[in-house]
Design a protein around this ligand. Structure first.
Ligand code: FAD
Length: 466
């Protein structure tokens, strides 16, 4: 069996792990259930438009992101956004208002009332909570700022990242950096200012300041390149349905048969993990992973003639809080960010519908989705006429919700790794839901596995009866 590694899932986590293990000389096999690589990354080039149905940008929050781009030989294909497209809008009073770009700008913005501005000034003087109780992001924001700040800013942000519900998402698990600011500096505002030096030392960059980028032909370029490097080691249409622990490794079952590996890395979704049959030497129960909620989301990509859109759409995009009563969660001004996303004289707008806010809308037929999104864009951006390009993708289970109590699932993964040596977990259900989190997760798990392979085999040869 030598030291072969089975990687389950050819999303960006699995592909990153496979890339680094292969580079280190470790034989890998990547099993992917579907007929394509990239997982939720999905770019479509058609009629001069480029549509991203999954993630739109990659945030360079860690040096490992740029490293992967360089190691994969993709530096020349990296596409940085138009520097003019920095503005972010949040909808208030039924129209998009630019978010303030500086502390001074905050005091003049129309986005918040004087009361909310005062709450921000007061925040450094609010005692940090030290009783260890796990809060939702909503409880945290109301405690440190006020209800208005939650309803008109954080709710929109939460919709943009998780398509989630702020009253359910855990501060500890979904927003660990905010929690760390309070824990380490006693205040968000103080932490923002004083923490800059510590972040610089660690090489980590805060999400709101991290450079974002894509590739000339969209994010799909990254998984496609990593997959090409794998050659025959990539097995598509190869769902792993069963894992059996042998004396010195694991037997993985797919529809084509059984293969023995020394190590298995699970890089798939939590709901498919719950369906995996596992015969380990010590009893391991994966059923709890079925409880993790992934709300449905529809990505709706529309192209318009430039003259049919009144708003300049010259920023990153707009976020829409629930209290504003629209159906769209948020819209990215895709061709303002990356001009090659639309033909000259046209623009591309990428909108999201559904999530925890209105899950029932995500599964509407495409024609209904197009008209519902067009109606919101008409009011918010002054869009007229029919779209010149219209595509949507329905994600029945889009993004895992790191709700209060999520630590249970992370602890369970750690416990299973200890109980069943040679089985590793990585990816969005464990290490954070952004693309950059998944790359860091894939790169870290490759390092962990390399170390494990270098150590002597700690287990006896025992048959599991399979
Ligand atoms: C609509 C949408 C928009 C997003 N926008 C952004 C964004 O702009 N920026 C950002 O940073 N992040 C964004 N994200 C999040 C980010 O894209 C994901 O967190 C990240 O791509 C997850 O990668 P992954 O490899 O961990 O998982 P996935 O992409 O889910 O890949 C898992 C793979 O495992 C396979 N698999 C599962 N079980 C098995 C099995 N038993 N056998 C074989 N294969 C299996 C699946 O088929 C899948 O291909 C977005 C996500 C969505 C859904």
């Amino acid at each position: 069996m030598k030291k072969s590694v089975a990687i389950i899932g050819a999303g960006i986590t699995g592909l990153t792990a496979a890339f680094y293990l292969k580079r280190a000389g470790v034989p890998v096999t990547v099993y992917e259930a579907s007929e394509r690589v990239g997982g939720v990354i999905q770019s479509l080039r058609q009629d001069g438009y480029l549509a991203e149905f999954g993630p739109n940008t990659l945030l360079e929050t860690s040096p490992k992101i740029g490293q992967l781009v360089r190691d994969a030989g993709l530096t020349a294909r990296r596409l940085d956004p138009d520097p003019k497209a920095e503005a972010r809008y949040v909808v208030r009073y039924g129209r998009p208002i630019a978010m303030p770009g500086s502390p001074l700008g905050f005091f003049f913005t129309k986005l918040f009332t004087a009361k909310a501005k005062l709450a921000v000034l007061r925040e450094p003087f609010i005692q940090p909570r030290r009783d260890g109780v796990e809060e939702s992001i909503a409880q945290f924001v109301v405690r440190r700022f006020n209800q208005e700040f939650l309803d008109h800013a954080i709710d929109a942000l939460v919709a943009g990242i998780y398509a989630g519900n702020p009253y359910k998402l855990s501060l500890t698990h979904a927003f660990p950096k905010l929690k760390a600011l309070e824990d380490n500096y006693g205040s968000m505002i103080k932490g923002q200012i004083l923490g800059a030096r510590d972040r610089k030392k660690s090489g980590e960059v805060a999400k709101d300041r991290a450079p974002k980028f894509s590739f000339d032909e969209g994010l799909q370029v990254l998984p496609d390149t990593l997959a090409a490097n794998l050659g025959d080691a990539l097995k598509l249409n190869a769902a792993v349905t069963r894992l059996a622990q042998t004396g010195d490794g694991w037997r993985a079952t797919t529809a084509s048969g059984e293969v023995e590996h020394r190590v298995v890395i699970y890089c798939g979704t939590a709901y498919r993990l719950a369906e995996l049959q596992i015969a380990a030497l010590k009893p391991v129960d994966l059923a709890a992973f079925a409880e993790i909620r992934y709300p449905p989301v529809a990505s709706v990509i529309l192209g318009f003639r430039r003259e049919d859109v009144a708003h300049r759409c010259s920023g990153f995009g707009m976020l829409i809080p629930r209290v504003e009563g629209f159906k769209v969660l948020g819209t990215i001004f895709s061709s303002a960010l990356f001009p090659n996303r639309a033909p000259a004289g046209y623009l591309t707008l990428t909108s999201y519908v559904g999530g925890e806010r209105q899950p029932e809308l995500a599964s509407l037929p495409p024609e209904k989705l197009f008209s519902l999104v067009c109606e919101d864009l008409r009011v918010l951006l002054g869009v007229r006429g029919h779209p010149t390009f219209a595509h949507s993708v329905f994600w029945p289970r889009a993004i895992p919700q790191y709700n209060v109590g999520y630590g249970r699932y992370r602890d369970l993964m750690t416990e299973i790794e200890t109980k069943a040596p040679g089985l590793f977990f990585a990816g969005h259900a464990r290490d954070g839901v952004s693309l950059s989190d998944s790359i860091v997760s894939g790169s870290n798990v490759a390092e962990r596995v390399e170390k494990a392979l270098a150590a002597p085999v700690p287990y006896r040869r025992v048959q599991t009866g399979s």
